[in-house]
Write a protein that binds this ligand. Structure first.
Ligand code: ATP
Ligand code: XMP
Ligand code: GLN
Ligand code: MG
Length: 515
């Protein structure tokens, strides 16, 4: 990789990915690696500096997440945040202990000495803390430059270019957090802010060309933002060597199989093959109710279809070695612990759901990015707004919105309800203002009355959320008349649903999809 980057080693903090986002907002490339990453993997990203994240453990615990102490000795500037500060202290000969008072939330920090990290800032700083441990003995060569009422808040070793702070500069509540990160980037590391969408596109196109040579590539295309941008990027790199495969997995939305194909063929000029695999998918899903099982089945079946298509294309055009997927960074973090000791929440079909022995090798050009960054790249590629503004739709589709068994009848019911929800959101002019809005079919039957007749039918939940990147979300207080229109239309137009409820759970503790 030519671009210099800031490598963040993840000790499992909830905010690690926010650090990367804040840095990329400054037009500097940043990537998160697990704390256990080997030095040669870190070097691949051409690091200009290392940031050590926070984390839930205590450094003196027996199972405290480790990093290679050599990362401190690469001649690169290092910034430790919270657990990162503790880890540096512990490894460089200082001492960390449980603090007398834990600090959660807002705190005021006094600047007790000048530090390049706080250049242009005047104290006291309003910051956000989340720790129980504290450094009570500094390692040799370190000077304390900031202090909160309860603990050391900042220390540096100017000779080595090592900095560490106890609070979280990446969260919104630390008022001058961005200034502090900017100081690290531009006063200390002195990296150039030249990581732009245009540059990302050029570098990615170049590296895809090198990787692929004159081989053939297939791309799993869903009509969603991620795979459409990924396909467009790869198409720009290798043109006719790319074939896009759009699979009807039987759990798509109403008319989606047809509309996506026409739309993307016309608008993006891609070569798209539609494969109707409804029966295979629904056959495999029959009788399955466990959410993770559904996800794994769908992930496996997708790959089986891709491999068959690859085989078919090979008969016509030569060897196919590569599969492009629109995997994004949040898919990766939520599915696996590879990026550090964070927990598995659900297996996104395209990551944790992949079979172990896959013949095709993966190209995932968006793997390190967030959705809003992907939309920016799409704009720079000149893609149409309606493609870029589509609300996300998960690969396992309606299967993770039909609780209990997935059957063709239930899919048809949910398609109708979902279509009503989305049409009403569009009619109210809300579609582009909301992250996602959809219907969920619950395996809950209740009694109703329609035209003097007793009904006994399913319940449908409406879910509508605001989110920046899918990692956290708030439910949307939809206007009552919009909810009323949805509810009215669903119970009247969808035979089989007689009750509608509204989901008012944020993420966390809920997730956006119900399974
Ligand atoms: N029906 C499908 N046919 C082929 N590939 C698919 C299909 N559904 C999902 N995929 C593959 O799985 C990847 C992940 O799906 P995901 O829903 O996260 O992304 P997306 O559909 O491209 O974008 P969005 O998140 O905006 O819906 C896609 O990028 C695509 O490569
Ligand atoms: O391609 C995908 N494959 C999946 O398996 C998957 N599961 C969830 N999602 C989408 O990810 C975001 C976060 O969803 P959750 O809060 O339900 O984890 C939301 O935007 C979800 O729609 C998926 N996308
Ligand atoms: N947020 C953090 O990194 C916390 C570090 C450590 N677990 C503590 O409580 O002090
Ligand atoms: Mg999708």
């Amino acid at each position: 990789m030519d671009t210099q980057s800031i490598v963040i080693l993840d000790f499992g903090s909830q905010y690690t990915q926010l650090i990367a986002r804040r840095i990329r907002e400054q037009n500097v490339f940043s990537v998160v690696l697990p704390c256990t990453a080997k030095l040669d993997e870190i070097q691949k990203y051409n690091p200009a500096a290392i940031i050590l994240s926070g984390g839930p453990s205590s450094v003196y615990d027996a199972d405290a997440p480790p990093a290679d102490p050599q990362v401190l000795h690469q001649g690169l500037p290092v910034l430790g945040i919270c657990y990162g500060l503790h880890w540096m202290t512990h490894n460089l000969g200082g001492n960390v202990r449980p603090g007398a008072k834990r600090e959660y939330g807002h705190a005021e920090v006094e600047i007790v000495k000048d530090s390049p990290l706080f250049a242009h800032l005047t104290g006291p700083l309003q910051v956000w803390m989340s720790h129980g441990d504290e450094a009570d003995k500094l390692p040799d060569g370190f000077t304390l430059f900031a202090q909160s009422p309860n603990a050391l808040a900042g220390m540096h070793n100017l000779e080595k270019n090592w900095y560490a702070i106890q609070f979280h500069p990446e969260v919104h509540h630390t008022r001058q957090g961005t200034e502090i990160l900017r100081n690290f980037l531009f006063e200390i590391v002195k990296i150039k802010p030249n990581w732009t969408p245009a540059r990302f596109i050029d570098e990615t196109v170049e590296s895809i060309r090198k990787q692929v040579g004159d081989g053939h590539v297939i791309c799993g295309l869903s009509g969603g933002v991620d795979s459409s941008v990924a396909a467009t990027l790869v198409h720009r790199a290798i043109g006719k060597q790319l074939t896009c495969i759009f699979v009807n997995n039987g759990v798509l939305r109403m008319n989606e199989f047809e509309s996506v194909q026409t739309n993307l063929r016309d608008k993006l000029g891609l070569n798209i093959v539609g494969v109707d695999a409804t029966d295979r998918f629904l056959g495999k899903l029959a009788g399955v109710t466990e959410p993770e099982k559904k996800r794994k089945i769908i992930g496996n079946e997708f790959i089986a279809v891709f491999e068959e298509e690859a085989h078919r294309i090979e008969q016509e055009s030569g060897k196919v070695d590569w599969l492009v997927q629109g995997t994004l960074y949040p898919d990766v973090i939520e599915s696996q612990s590879v990026r550090g000791p964070s927990q598995v929440i659900k297996s996104h079909h395209n990551v944790g759901g992949l079979p172990e022995k896959m013949k095709l090798k993966l190209i995932e050009p968006l793997r390190d990015l967030f959705k809003d960054e992907v939309r920016r790249i799409g704009r720079d590629l000149g893609m149409p707004e309606d493609v870029l503004n589509r609300q996300p739709f998960p690969g396992p589709g309606l299967a993770v919105r039909i609780l209990g068994e997935v059957t063709a009848d239930r899919v048809a019911l949910l398609q109708k309800a979902d279509h009503i929800v989305v049409s009403e959101i569009k009619r109210a002019g809300l579609y582009n203002k909301i992250w996602q809005s959809f219907a969920v079919l619950l395996p809950v039957m209740s009694v109703g009355v329609m035209g003097d007749q007793r009904t006994y039918a399913y319940t449908c939940a409406i879910r509508s959320v605001h989110s920046e990147d899918g990692m956290t979300a708030d439910w949307v207080p939809l206007p009552y008349d919009v909810l009323k229109a949805m509810s009215n239309r669903i119970v009247n137009e969808v035979k089989g649903i007689n009750r509608v409820v509204y989901d008012i759970t944020s993420k966390p503790p809920g997730t956006i999809e119900w399974e």
